[in-house]
Structure formats: C-alpha cells, structure tokens
Design a protein around this ligand. Structure first.
Ligand code: MN
Length: 498
C-alpha cells in the first residue's frame, strides 16, 4: 500500500550578470555538472532537477512559485555560485512554501594555486555569495537546512539524502488522514490533544467513525477471501498452538484475517492512511485487532492504540519518510512497559497488548492466541517476535495545552539476556541514551508519553528538522544530554514557543 512517491528536488543556482555572459555560461555548466553527478552517485533517494541560473528578482520569484505549484517538487536546493545580491531573493523566498536546502558548496575542490586570478575569484565566490544569501534567509526567519562541503563528497550526498527524507515528511504530512474508530481511553491524559491545532500545524485530518461501521465492513468480507489470507498466514508464520485445539486456533486467526481485509477496504474506500482502535470500544468486532493491525502497519498504515491519534499519524509519517530505504530495519508504535534495572544491564522492555509492527522483527515471526487481560472479547491472535539490535530513535509528540512538543530519544536496541517463553506479545528492548537513568529522567521531565513512535531508519536530526519545519519545539535526549542543560532547554522552549 505504501510506495515511494516519485518526488523531485529542484536545484537552483544563484548568480548575477555583473561578470558577463562567459561567466554565466560557466556557472550554468558547473551547476549542471553538479546535478548530473549527484544524480549518478547512487546515494540520493530522489532525483535532482537542474533549473536555469537565477539572476533576477522576477525569475527567482517565478521559479519559487512554480516549485510551489508543482506537486512532484518536494523542495528546492539553492546554491550561490557567484555573488547574488540577496534583496533579489526576498519576494521569491517570501512566497515559497516548500522545504529549502542551502547547499553551501563550490565547484572546485582545491584552490588552483598556479592559475588563480581575479576572474577565477569572481566566478567562484560561493564562500562570499552564500553568506549574502544565508543572511537574508536568516533575517527573514525562514526555516531551512544548511549543508556544507564539496558536492562530490559522499558525506555531503549522504546529508542531502537525509534531508530529502525530512523534506518528503514535511510535504507529505498534510496528506495524512487518521481514522478514529474509538475515542481515547478513559481518563488517559497523554493520548489526548487538540486535533484542530494538529491540522493547523501538521496538516493532519483526524476523523471519527462509529466502530460498528468498520465492523460491518469486516462482516462483509467473504469466507473465501478470509481463507485465502489465513493460508498466507500459515505459510508465512510459525503457528504456536501452545496446547490449543488446531481447529479452534485457526478460527481465531481467521477472525484477524477478516479484520485485516475489512479494515483495509474501509480505509482505502474512505482514503485514510492511519487508524486508531481501543480495546474498550470494539462494538461488533469479535477480537481486539491484533495480528490484523500488525499487518496493516507493515503495509505502511499508521496506528495508535487506545485512541492515540498522534501516534497513529506519527507512525504513518515515519513510514513515509523511510519508504525509499531498501533495507529498512523497521518502524513501529511501541510502549514503555517494564524495566530491567540490574546494574550494567539496564533497559526498557518495549511491547504493547498486541500491536507491534513486524517490520522491526528479527528472526522468525509466530502466531499466538492468548487471552487479553483487558476487554471482554475472544482471545485475539497476534504476531510474536523479538526485534533487531542496533540504534534507533523513540519519539513522542505531546500536547502541552498551548502547543506541541516532539521529544526525540536516541536508543540502543539489544537482545534480552534470556528467552521469555511466557510473553505472549512482540517486544523490543532498549537502553535510552545517554544512560537508563538520565534518559528516563529527561523523558519524564520533558513530559514524554508511554506510547512512542520508534524507528531504526531515521535519526534525531531528521525528526528535529521536521518538528522545526512544523513550527514546534524539538527536545533531544541523546549522548550529550545533561539534566541541568535539558531543564534550561525546556525553559527556553516555554519562552520561544507560545
Ligand atoms: Mn497502550
């Protein structure tokens, strides 16, 4: 269901006509060459499109407005090859509404010691022109990314690639539509929030439907369709009967297959890409959607449990941002469940009642069927697995009453020491940076939720840049976090973001 979109990024080179036609021809050649090489390097997830050199107020303004209108354009990369008087950029920048990257590079890598003269200097003065341009972007308080280095350096291309994913998150955010088939869990605070403000800030549409409307869609799925999907499950996953009758087990699994198909049809028909459920509001559904929701998340749908629409939208957002990554390690909703506080082995066991995305799984995935300790339905079938090792980020978007804050924690995922044969749900286990104690203290001081949106495939910088582009505060918890500094950051955030 989730496919990488064919986005493009425009490459706009700034200059002026003070140095004559010959110089402008070279500027155009150089920028064309840079675009060609960037497209060839194999590092960028999206194509870069060369645009004619921008030298006048009118052309700059027109180009930025064309970028606004072009649905395939996810952002503009700007670079001043020569000096480009920055007043010419004011109107264009003012009207521009898409992600902006300032690539601070120059065509030549090395000083041409033997041949350098004033003509060369005038032609290759991005060190100078990019400062004039950067000044006006800063003066206009426009959010942008600045990447510095030679364009042929794979590190620079890697940074551009990373920014492109952020940019796609920024432009795609306003296409996220969340279906709520249940309200937030009673008395829970952190899953609540201002949905109108979320639409203003992030562009998310969050709509409610009676749960029985989607239950009717589930009911309408034919037995043949259900059986075909159950066959697929039995081929793909290990079946852990754990003493249950095989026929009875299969019936429980079939309920989830019917929910998967019925939910997906309903979401597609009504054009939603994310969904929330709630174990306490299941209407005519026979089981809490477990396996079904896990499979939908794997297909790219966003999901939040207990009515948590912010997490549902964030899961969808991060699925989109990582959609181009070939060997992606996975993205899921998770929940801080229980700790290991043994010295030197500290970590947080991440799980949920059922709904963890199998994209983060490591090794075999099994189906289990177990009672839920909450709710009043049949024992739901669910996918059970452990997760990959390695670095990831856990994020939490919270509503502080007058504004949103995104908390981003770098975490190190590990294997637990011993098997957990009685744990009937999928899990992950991580140690937050900078360490268990500081990480958890910082998370709690910042107001982070128990539900998180987790990914192995994005970094804190990308999510922080996304938050800033949305005009909200990003709070980082990482190897450099010290509680005293974090408290100061939170105080500054209170002053700045109102
Ligand atoms: Mn929960």
């Amino acid at each position: 269901m989730l496919q990488k979109k064919n986005y493009k990024f425009w490459f706009c080179t700034g200059s002026q006509d003070l140095y004559g036609e010959e110089c402008l021809n070279k500027v155009a050649d150089h920028s064309r060459r840079i675009v060609e090489e960037l497209n060839k390097c194999g590092i960028l997830p999206y194509e870069v499109i060369w645009k004619p050199t921008l030298i006048t107020n009118e052309l700059i303004r027109r180009t930025f407005n064309e970028a606004n209108l072009d649905e395939t354009c996810a952002g503009v990369i700007t670079w001043m090859h020569t000096f480009s008087p920055a007043k010419s950029w004011i109107l264009g920048l003012q009207e521009f509404r898409k992600p902006l990257l300032h690539l601070h590079t120059q065509f030549n890598e090395e000083l041409p010691y033997d041949s350098i003269d004033m003509d060369f200097m005038n032609e290759n003065q991005s060190a100078h022109g990019d400062r004039e341009y950067g000044h006006i972007v800063s003066r206009m308080r426009i959010e942008r990314k600045v990447i510095v280095g030679h364009w042929s350096d794979p590190v620079v291309a890697g940074k551009i690639a990373s920014w492109m994913r952020t940019a796609v998150g920024i432009v795609e955010s306003s296409h996220i539509r969340v279906m709520r088939v249940a309200d937030n869990m009673r008395n829970v605070a952190v899953t609540e929030g201002d949905k109108v403000e979320a639409q203003i800030k992030f562009g998310w549409e969050v709509d409610a439907y009676p749960v029985n409307e989607i239950a009717e869609s589930v009911d309408a799925v034919s037995t043949a369709d259900v059986n075909a999907l159950v066959e697929e499950y039995y081929d793909k996953y290990e079946i852990l009967l754990e003493g249950r009758d095989p026929e009875e087990f299969r019936k429980h699994v079939a309920v989830q297959a019917q929910i998967e198909i019925g939910f997906e049809r309903f979401l597609e028909e009504k054009n939603y890409q994310a969904i929330v459920t709630h174990f306490g509001d299941l209407g005519a559904l026979k089981q809490l959607p477990g396996l079904a929701i896990q499979r939908l998340m794997e297909k790219g749908y966003g999901f939040g449990a207990e009515g948590d629409w912010k997490v549902a939208a964030m899961v969808r957002l991060m699925k989109i941002m990582t959609s181009d990554i070939k060997d992606a390690k996975g993205t899921s909703m998770l929940e801080d469940y229980t700790y290991n506080l043994v010295k030197g082995k500290e970590g947080i066991l991440q799980a949920h009642m059922l709904e963890i995305c199998p994209s983060i799984a490591d090794g075999p995935i099994s189906i289990k069927c177990q009672p839920l300790s909450m709710g009043n339905r049949e024992d739901p079938a669910r996918l059970v697995f452990s997760s990959k090792e390695g670095h990831g980020i856990a994020t939490s978007l919270i509503d502080l009453g007058n504004r949103f804050r995104l908390i981003i924690n770098d975490v190190e995922c590990k294997k637990v020491e011993k098997p957990m044969p009685n744990l009937p749900v999928a899990s992950n286990f991580w140690t937050p940076e900078p360490d268990m104690y500081t990480g958890a203290e910082a998370w709690i001081l910042a107001g982070g939720a128990h539900h998180t949106t987790f990914t192995y495939d994005l970094n804190a910088e990308q999510m922080g840049d996304w938050a800033n582009a949305m005009g909200i505060e990003a709070v980082y918890i990482d190897k450099d976090t010290r509680i005293r500094d974090l408290k100061k950051d939170l105080i500054l955030g209170e002053i700045f973001y109102r």
